[in-house]
Write a protein that binds this ligand. Structure first.
Ligand code: MSP
Length: 653
């Protein structure tokens, strides 16, 4: 029996679980379940990353202590994972003492290796990434390339990790171990990054307190990534306990992560381990990112998918199936709500659900509600042999795909058998055979074959859809007893479904979503963010309320206007009365700009004009629009266009 250790990233507690987190966790869960089915001794770890400035600030914004925020959000993660059928073996929190002790032990090991020194860091820092950037890495406008937000200039004493020392060893390791970083595109990315030169890494901070103190120097807290990465070993009880979990499970088989945190896992973590003299994980697998209906998932777009809600609406197994099937692991995917419903209706309801439904119905009718006996392959006809051969190929290929961390391909392959079984029923047509008294034995054989195909399918889909796999098995007579044990196997011999089991007709496995229900769900999911709490953790509600939609913005009719006349307004020192040309009409407006501009300075200028403002009377003068200008109480500058030739009346967007 071999061991299999798989991890997800530990999630920051400034956000409640959304589809992105659920995705990684579902995939890790299905891989863990597959390996359990194959008899491996599995350890599946997930957890939460609770330290660092980002969390400290999120807590401050909510007037909470960081640990209160963490406790609250951690329960949300735990609940979500239960809801989504996640069966992790441990849940690590970085605020636990068992974790802190191992972080200290690792730091000490690296220090003893001569790899930690005190220096000073002077650089540009993005708090959201908890990451320094060089000038050249920043996006246009000096913004963080990931978050498009301003970075901060930080100068502080800092401990450094001599990461540069491990550049060559890391490159060698990448070259010698093709599976170390997957998929290949990510491996090449990291290889190029390391080749371009590894610098030493700043691994402590003095500007805030929310973290694990540096051993023997409590003015510093340990850099949150050094803290976080260590979770993969602290959950095993630390590397000093070789006979416990660490001895059984380390090195990890798969660190499953999103591509956003590849560098931390494929560069920082392995070099830290090298420094501490510990073995490196076997595979770091970086999956792609989901967009939602074609758009980046983002709180301000209010399109963050709440996996629990979707699971409640369509069933968690359908959601698990969709995310596993929709895109090959490693590629980016789009979570289109329509696409989800389409797959449910076609692949789940139509292909698999229908297969079960018609199979059990026929078996009940033609075989007195019992699994009929198998005649065995000797008596099999050509169509039977074809089905069995295909089933064996599917079983072996699906196993290879699961093994190779390619669940979408595993499912694709399994559906070959689902479709073949449906076709087998069509071509053997037991509903015709049953009318011929000479063919009764043949009917039994056919029924036994398609029920057996269903049994095989139940085992192969179980890692992805454990509940539905069990529902299916109940219908073909296998009962509910010892579900875990039932699913801890992989198809082996054709014909193992025991004759005489009592079939149990049940509800459709996946009810079809009809047009009315579809419209209802689509409306609910697209408007759902309004009442969704995940939008509220980081940003206070007021900020959200200030946002306007693009439709609201589009209601403004902004135009280029040329000032063709300007005069003082009698009795009002701050006002000027202007006439502006909008191309096909001239309007009169009153503008509060007299303190900054004289009438003669204005004629001939082009400005931006709000053309659909309700007319009003100001000091007795009719004003039919508004020109845009900058300034709080007093205007200090007029809006302008950087091309003087733009025609009056041109739309401004
Ligand atoms: N705390 C760090 C990880 C430390 S691991 C030692 C962190 N946490 S996070 O809460 O931001 O989670 C990041 C992970 O969430 C990504 O790596 C990915 O697994 C998942 N996803 C978040 N948004 C995602 C998408 N839009 N699409 C797919 N997965 C995404 O980073």
């Amino acid at each position: 029996m071999s061991s299999f250790y798989i991890t997800t990233p530990i999630y920051y507690v400034n956000d409640v679980p959304h589809l992105g987190h659920a995705y990684t966790t579902i995939i890790a869960d299905l891989l863990a379940r597959y390996h359990r089915a194959r008899g491996d001794e599995v350890f599946f770890l997930t957890g939460t990353d609770e330290h660092g400035q980002k969390i400290e600030r999120a807590a401050q914004a909510r007037k909470e202590r960081p640990i209160e925020l963490a406790n609250r959000v951690v329960s949300r993660f735990r609940e979500s994972w239960t809801n989504l059928g996640i069966r992790n073996d441990d849940f690590i929190r970085t605020t636990e003492a068992r974790h802190r002790d191992v972080v200290h032990a690792l730091w000490r090991r690296m220090n003893e290796a001569g790899d930690i020194y005190l220096g000073e860091y002077d650089g540009l820092y993005c708090v959201s990434c908890e990451e320094y950037f060089t000038e050249s890495q920043l996006a246009e406008g000096g913004l963080c390339p990931i978050h498009n937000a301003p970075v901060e200039h930080l100068k502080q004493p800092s401990y450094f990790f001599r990461m540069s020392r491990y550049q060559d060893r890391l490159l060698q390791h990448i070259a010698d171990n093709p599976d170390f970083i997957r998929p290949e595109i990510r491996r090449n990315e990291i290889r190029r990054f390391v080749e371009s030169g590894l610098r030493d890494l700043s691994i402590s901070r003095t500007t805030f307190k929310w973290g694990i103190p540096v051993p023997d120097d409590p003015d510093h807290v340990i850099y949150v990534w050094v803290d976080a990465l260590t979770n993969y070993i602290s959950a095993l009880g630390g590397f000093d306990a070789p006979h416990g979990r660490y001895g059984t499970y380390w090195p990890a088989d798969v660190h499953l992560i999103g591509k956003d945190i590849l560098r931390h896992h494929a560069v920082y973590w392995p070099t830290m381990l090298m420094s501490a003299g510990l073995p490196l994980p076997r595979t770091i697998f970086a999956h792609g990112w989901w967009t939602i209906n074609g758009q980046k998932m983002s709180k301000s777009l209010r399109n963050v998918v709440e996996p629990n809600m979707v699971a409640a609406d369509v069933g968690r197994d359908a959601l698990r199936y969709f995310v596993a099937r929709e895109t090959p692991l490693g590629s980016d995917g789009d979570f289109a709500h329509e696409g989800l419903i389409h797959r449910i209706n076609s692949e789940l309801a139509n292909d698999l659900g229908n297969l079960l439904n018609r199979s059990v119905a026929m078996a009940v009718k033609y075989c007195e509600g019992q699994v009929p006996p198998f005649a065995g392959e000797i008596e099999a006809e050509e169509v039977d042999r074809e089905l069995i051969t295909l089933a064996r190929r599917v079983r072996d290929e699906a196993a290879e795909h699961y093994q190779a961390v390619a669940p979408s391909r595993a499912l694709e392959t399994i559906w070959e058998l689902v479709r073949a079984a449906n076709k087998y029923i069509d071509s053997t047509a037991p509903y015709k055979l049953i009318k011929d008294p000479a063919k009764q034995r043949r009917v039994q054989e056919v029924v036994a074959n398609f029920l057996e195909a269903l049994r095989w399918i139940s085992l192969m889909v179980a890692p992805v859809m454990p509940d539905k796999a069990m529902e299916l098995r109940v219908q073909i007579g296998l009962g509910t007893a010892d579900a875990e044990g039932q699913l801890r196997q992989w198809p082996d011999r054709w014909g193992d479904l025991a004759a005489g089991l009592q079939l149990q007709r049940g509800e459709p496995l996946f009810p079809r979503i009809d047009d009315d229900r579809k419209a209802e769900l689509l409306a609910k999911w697209s408007g759902k963010a309004d009442e969704q709490e995940s939008t509220k953790v980081e940003e206070p509600k007021v900020d959200e309320d200030k946002l306007i939609s693009f439709e609201e913005f589009s209601r403004l009719d902004l135009r280029v206007a040329e000032v063709v006349g300007a005069a003082a307004v009698e009795g009002a020192d701050r006002l000027l009365q202007l006439r502006v040309n909008l191309g096909d009409e001239v309007r009169q407006v009153v503008a509060g700009i007299a303190e900054a501009y004289k009438p003669e300075q204005l004629v001939g200028r082009k400005v931006i004009f709000v053309a659909n403002l309700k007319p009003a009377k100001i000091r007795g003068v009719r004003s039919e629009g508004m020109i845009l200008a900058a300034g709080e109480k007093k205007v200090v500058a007029l809006s302008a266009l950087d091309n003087p030739d733009v025609a009056p009346g041109t739309k401004v967007r």
